[in-house]
Design a protein around this ligand. Structure first.
Ligand SMILES: NC(=O)c1ccc[n+]([C@@H]2O[C@H](COP(=O)([O-])OP(=O)(O)OC[C@H]3O[C@@H](n4cnc5c(N)ncnc54)[C@H](O)[C@@H]3O)[C@@H](O)[C@H]2O)c1
Length: 463
């Protein structure tokens, strides 16, 4: 990542214009107090894509690119959706392409066009008979495929994170605005049952004013990261590589997405700046030594990624968000998902609980919590929750996400997640890296709406 130039630009701006955020009365240091990255101006004639509506597509013709563990699973879920055709499939691994064809045949679907070359994703994006590209490749290919797909007139749904740099976040935003195509990051955690019910509670005021929220991706991935592709690990072991080269939060969107929705980010509030801190690295090396031996290449390799990264974000309306990332420590899976308001508190991990005024010192008894969750069950979950549980995919949330994507495209409605969500939530990858590499310095979060963050007042699920 090209941090240095951008940081310098930020420092330069700060020094030149004196835009220091806050003052330090106890030091005489001239150190700039916040890194501010350059934001490209919106080209003349280009408008925002808030609430973007496109022509309805009665049957959505889909092409899947990347058919590894996530991509194949997505195709399986699509077999349960109405109004779709899988017209093309693409992966450099020919076995995965064959497996996907078998899946289509088992489901009495016609064979899809096959693509297996390294750059064939371009040919797929160029196909005339495709409406939606569904991108489940590794991280480095997310933005290039998304941008090219939109340039070819296609809508794009892409796996998380949508982008690994701020430059790529802006590319997604600018291309979506220029081409007027949908760009939805597939943030499935926003569709989990508890997250959706608590979003409903937040939107209906049960929790009062939400003042603080927390989210995380805490998931022990050591075994998977060190597994070879032949044993079922990531193809090309791309995820291990990212852990070796980056220090901070590589995977912020699962924790951040649902809490940003509850806090109306770019729908009345916006993230202003963050500070981020990583522990040193211990666990990867220890694991590699134990598994492969003290003198193995894996044990000798440098892993930059601190075991646990913690980031705090301040919003325009004075709220705070805490986000953590840890894929190394031996501990239970945890996305936290906590919302703390002036009237109540909800939390999903490690123990699901709801506490409300006037007795918020204690969680509600389980039966009362279940009753409340039923009462505030999100209308979308009411509509499709049972089917989603049958289809599965992280307990059903993946299916709800696909269902909503296709429903909105078929009906010409705005999607639940827009390109600004994708950019804002993904932007933490580089922003946290900058903060961590510079002594946890505050870093400004770009306003990807370029001033339009206050035009909508809350997230609405279009019907
Ligand atoms: N939302 C979730 O819950 C969730 C869960 C797991 C993974 N993911 C995301 O899904 C994505 C894929 O993860 P995965 O676990 O399936 O990884 P994977 O390595 O199993 O799959 C990636 C696939 O992309 C293919 N690929 C690589 N280069 C290609 C190219 N040039 N053209 C076409 N295909 C190419 C690989 O061969 C592989 O099959 C990642 O972005 C990951 O973050 C999301």
């Amino acid at each position: 990542m090209k941090f240095t130039k951008k940081i310098l630009t930020g420092f330069f701006l700060l020094m030149t214009f004196g835009v220091l955020i806050g003052t330090t009365s106890c030091t005489k240091s001239n150190t700039p107090q916040m890194v501010k990255l350059e934001a490209p101006e919106r080209p003349a004639g280009q408008d925002n894509v808030l609430q973007l509506r496109c022509d309805p597509i009665p049957t959505v013709r889909v092409a899947f690119i990347g058919l590894g563990s996530r991509g194949l699973e997505a195709v399986r879920r699509f077999m349960y959706l109405e109004g779709i055709e899988v017209v093309a499939i693409c992966d450099i691994n020919k076995d995965f392409v064959s497996k996907t064809q078998e899946l289509l045949t088992e489901n009495n679907k016609p064979k899809a066009l096959e693509f297996t070359g390294e750059e064939d994703w371009k040919k797929v994006c160029e196909l005339e008979n495709v409406d939606l590209i569904y991108n489940c490749t590794h991280w480095a290919l997310h933005t290039p495929i998304a941008v090219y797909a939109m340039e070819q007139g296609k809508h794009i749904a892409l796996e998380v994170p949508a982008a690994m740099s701020i430059e790529d976040c802006w590319k997604l935003v600018d291309t979506a605005e220029k081409t007027r195509r949908h760009c939805m990051m597939l943030e499935n955690c926003c569709y989990d049952f508890f997250e959706m019910a608590t979003l409903n509670m937040a939107q209906q005021g049960l929790l009062g004013e939400i003042v603080h929220a927390e989210g995380a991706y805490i998931h022990d991935l050591r075994e998977l990261n060190f597994k070879s592709p032949e044993e079922g690990g990531y193809q090309g072991m791309w995820r291990l590589d990212y852990n070796a080269k980056n220090k901070a939060n590589l995977y912020p969107t699962h924790g951040l997405g649902p809490v940003c929705q509850a806090l109306n980010i770019h729908r009345g509030d916006k993230m202003n700046y963050l500070v981020s801190m990583s522990s040193d690295q211990f666990g990867m090396t220890e694991y590699a030594k134990n598994k492969f031996g003290e003198n193995s290449d894996y044990a000798k390799r440098t892993y930059e990624k601190g075991d646990i990264n913690t980031t705090i974000i301040k919003t325009e309306k004075g709220k705070t968000i805490m986000i953590q990332h840890d894929v190394t420590s031996p501990r239970p899976y945890n996305r936290i998902h906590m919302l703390s308001g002036t009237k109540g508190f909800v939390q999903k991990y490690p123990i699901q609980g709801i506490a409300l005024e006037p007795n918020a010192h204690e969680f509600l008894p389980e039966k009362e919590m279940e009753k409340l969750l039923k009462e505030y069950e999100h209308p979308i979950v009411k509509e499709v929750g049972e089917k989603a549980k049958e289809v599965g995919g992280h307990g059903g949330m993946d299916f709800i996400m696909d269902y909503r994507l296709i429903y909105c495209l078929r009906n010409g409605l705005p999607l639940d997640q827009d390109v600004y969500d994708a950019a804002e939530w993904s932007s933490l990858v580089e922003l946290t890296e900058i903060s961590v590499r510079n002594g946890s310095i505050p870093v400004e979060v770009p306003d990807f709406t370029r001033g339009d963050w206050n035009k909508l007042q809350k997230l609405e699920f279009a019907k």
